[in-house]
Write a protein that binds this ligand. Structure first.
Ligand SMILES: Cc1cc2nc3c(=O)[nH]c(=O)nc-3n(C[C@H](O)[C@H](O)[C@H](O)COP(=O)(O)O)c2cc1C
Length: 170
């Protein structure tokens, strides 16, 4: 594998990876300068016993240190009508909670109201991996709500089409 950055190859890789449709979350934590939120689609479940999840944060993120230092964080799973929150927390802005409604968990983590699901986590492991860090959290509390998910596919937001809803697999 080449260690040289190749913008064309990186762009092609990004396009191929974008064919994997995902949901969208806002990962929140309490940083030394106040509440932090960052839009992410790298969220994934890892383990049921113990209950572990992961997400990846870019090393270039202005919020990197806050998430590496955080003992607790929350995964806020966005609903289809919460696209504006995703756009908001994808901007580089340290005061990003200034105009945002939120509450706090018992661990002091900011959480967004009326999300599709929320996972309150304690940081379990942080792995240095390429140009990102993988952050693994152990779920301490979680809740689910009604609604449809916000999706991300080929670099664009999407929603589930009615015809795409099938029978439960599990
Ligand atoms: C749909 C979507 C998914 C994203 N997923 C991630 C992610 O998993 N990890 C990450 O570090 N950045 C991700 N980003 C980019 C960050 O949200 C964005 O770079 C960040 O909010 C910019 O602020 P910062 O530079 O202060 O971190 C994603 C952006 C969007 C729109």
């Amino acid at each position: 594998m080449s260690s040289e950055a190749n913008p064309a190859a990186t762009s092609e890789l990004r396009q191929s990876l974008g064919a994997f449709a995902t949901g969208v979350v806002v990962v929140t934590c309490s940083g030394s300068e106040g509440p932090c939120g960052i839009t992410a689609n790298s969220f994934s479940s890892v383990s049921l016993e113990p209950p572990l999840v992961l997400w990846n944060i870019a090393k270039v993120s202005n919020s990197l240190q806050a998430y590496i230092d955080a003992e607790y964080f929350a995964i806020n799973v966005l609903r289809a009508d919460q696209r504006a929150l995703s756009v908001h927390f994808a901007q580089s802005d340290h005061a990003s909670f200034a105009s945002i409604e939120f509450s706090e968990t018992s661990d002091g983590v900011p959480i967004l109201p009326q999300t599709l699901a929320c996972f309150e986590c304690r940081t379990h492991q942080v792995h240095d991996c390429g140009d990102h860090h993988i952050i693994v959290g152990e779920i301490e509390r979680h809740r689910i709500d009604q609604g449809e998910p916000l999706l991300f596919f080929r670099g664009q937001y999407a929603e589930i089409a009615n015809s795409a809803r099938g029978e439960p697999v599990v």
